[in-house]
Design a protein around this ligand. Sequence first.
Ligand SMILES: O=C(CO)[C@H](O)[C@H](O)COP(=O)(O)O
Length: 225
Amino acid sequence: MLTEQDQMKKAVGEKAATFVKDGMKIGLGSGSTVYWMVRKLGELVDAGVNIEGIPSSKQTEKWAQEFGVPLTDFREVKELDITIDGADEVDENHQLIKGGGAALFREKIIAQAAKELIIIVDESKMVSHLGEYPLPVEVLPFAWERTANEISKLGCVPKLRTLDGEILVTDNGNYILDCPFNKIPDPDQLNKQLKQIVGVIETGLFIDMTTKVIIGNKETVTVVE
Ligand SMILES: O=C(CO)[C@H](O)[C@H](O)COP(=O)(O)O
């Protein structure tokens, strides 16, 4: 039995799959909403639609294999037709906070490589200002304490992400600092400031990348350009 939130995730994931056309190369995001989209893509493949995906995490790679979605990589593909991904926060300008699943670095690569970025969320992710969700920042393990100290000068107290009592290590071998800024008045400026800090690999701020947001609520699914 799916919860109400899972039903919304399923609905937006399946809606996103309607934008996938024969012959497309697709960036496959990460997270529980993306799960439903990958599952639907598996059905399209079964029905004879010819697509290939590039996954943004080991977890998504496993789901693609499980549902029979053929995979490729950037040795074979220069540009993706579409990337479909979830988000942790989406503001009114469709700027994003991502990285709740620690996959932000590869997610940003497949977002930038795509002609179109479709974001799939339930309505709880829509916010007026980014920042209530602590901003995930991927950092080099070497001197992460120093990197955290530099980030703190921008107005937050970064917290090293752990999982089951161990430091969480990303698919790229790095760490995640969760940075509670509370309210981010200028996401673009903060992103640029963070990227100037040596030790920051990538931030969870996705600026001016989104082309469509698919939002689910209890009754309906809305596509916003
Ligand atoms: O950025 C992400 C992973 O790094 C996810 O897209 C984000 O955390 C949303 O996940 P979910 O669909 O499970 O709510």
